[in-house]
Design a protein around this ligand. Structure first.
Ligand code: CTP
Length: 402
């Protein structure tokens, strides 16, 4: 089989050095990558590096190898164009259809999915001009992934960092897979909220009641939604996983904190997917100092109180008309029967039911589930990667939003 053709566009920001790692990941996983830097990008990383790593010339202008008509052919042949880093200037040119070098020409001729991974200072990212250019590109079906928050050039920190190359690679992989189905950006223009991980309810400064959720299913939901063009808020409870590229991540600890973060993000969301394992109860009392054992004495019983049920609350009071609310249910027995009852009790639009046990689901890379809907439909999702289940959830959500 032919290798997928990827164009890696590199514009002139310091994060250009990170694109070398993205290039390596793409080539090592069997993609034929053509790097198209801008002239400014070459101030940061030279042409020799790009051509040596990609095995192709890496010119910046349309006047080189003119007989091969590169300004048209490179875009036409591409299965995916990814621009990383995408500077404010590059986003502006792309949004306005300018074509003054090889990369901007390529963007105009490409008919395949296009991913932009912006990187710039926070002020430039937040500038109304940049935000409008990003909105324009998204409206036209491009996938513009949100920059990460963190250290920027110099001493500044804030939003504007290029996400980790490994995470951008994951977005590219997902977009390529979906591009073949012709539905790369079916969540473009949508805001989705995903909760992930497991809450921890503190007993004292060193102990908590928790659960075994790894967060992998919720992170897979966030990652796949980014690759389908959505703006994603991920509310992550105690997960060790790296922040997915392009998602706004809010880290929380307890059920009460998770509720607050989810409700806030849900205010303007088109869909909310509650994949987090939220503790139903929390200790009634929090000991300010560490609870000590006393010789010979029986331990004190731990009194519990109910936590708010976030899924039921979201379902009962939709923040927006037509908002799609999705719940998850982990059951050990009578899986479908319990699932149906839970769907009715919680009042959500879809409930993903899976069977859990000692060896199943927790921490694993795979899942098997059935998605239940109130009209009685059941969508079985065969045993497979958590991303496949995530895509099925988004297929069902996208259908409801359409
Ligand atoms: N959930 C929630 N808030 C809670 C508890 C759960 O939003 N306090 C959400 C989870 O994110 C998940 C779904 O509800 O989407 C799972 O509910 P679960 O706790 O499994 O169901 P329960 O109604 O608590 O039923 P049971 O514990 O009896 O199985």
């Amino acid at each position: 089989m032919d290798k997928p053709n990827v164009v890696l566009g590199v514009s002139g920001g310091i994060a250009a050095y990170k694109a070398c790692e993205l290039l390596r990941r793409l080539t090592e996983s069997g993609h034929d990558v053509r790097v198209v830097p801008t002239a400014s990008a070459l101030h940061f990383v030279g042409e020799a590096t790009w051509s040596a790593l990609s095995g192709h010339p890496a010119g910046t202008e349309v006047w080189e190898s003119v007989h091969e008509v590169p300004h048209v052919r490179i875009g036409q042949r591409a299965d995916l164009v990814v621009v990383a880093p995408a500077t404010a200037d590059m986003l502006a040119k792309a949004a306005h259809g300018l074509a003054d070098d090889l990369l901007t020409n390529t963007l105009l001729t490409a008919r395949c999915p296009v991913v932009f991974a912006p990187a710039m200072h926070t002020e430039m990212w937040e500038n109304a001009a940049t935000q409008e250019n990003v909105a324009t590109l998204r409206r036209r079906g491009a996938i513009v992934i949100e920059p990460a928050v963190g250290r920027l050039t110099g001493v500044d920190t804030g939003k504007g960092r290029l996400p980790e190359p490994g995470e951008i690679f994951e977005v590219c992989r997902r977009v390529l897979a979906r591009g073949a189905e012709g539905a790369a950006a079916d969540l473009a223009g949508r805001h989705v909220v995903v909760s992930a991980g497991g809450t921890r309810e503190p007993l004292d400064p060193v102990r908590y009641l928790g659960n075994r959720s790894s967060g992998k299913q919720g992170y897979a939901l966030a990652r796949t939604a980014v690759a389908r063009g959505a703006r994603v808020t991920l509310v992550a409870a105690n997960s060790e996983l790296p922040d997915p590229a392009g998602a706004d991540v809010v880290h929380v600890g307890t059920a009460v904190q998770l509720r607050e973060a989810v409700l806030k993000a849900a205010a303007d969301a088109d869909a909310v997917v509650m994949a987090a394992a939220v503790a139903d109860f929390r200790p009634a009392h929090y000991a300010e100092g560490k609870i000590k054992k006393r010789d010979g004495a029986e331990p004190e019983p731990v009194a519990l109180v109910r936590n708010p049920d976030v899924l039921a609350e979201l379902s009962a009071e939709r923040a927006r008309p037509g908002q799609v609310v999705v719940g998850f249910a982990a059951e050990t027995d009578h899986v479908l029967e319990n699932g149906r009852a839970k769907l009715a009790r919680k009042g959500c639009d879809l409930l993903v039911v899976n069977e859990v046990g000692e060896r199943r689901t927790f921490g694993s890379e795979t899942n098997e589930a059935v998605v239940l809907a109130p009209d009685g439909t059941e969508t079985p999702v065969p045993y497979g990667p958590k991303e496949a289940l995530a895509d099925t959830v988004w297929d069902l959500v996208a259908r409801r939003l359409a």
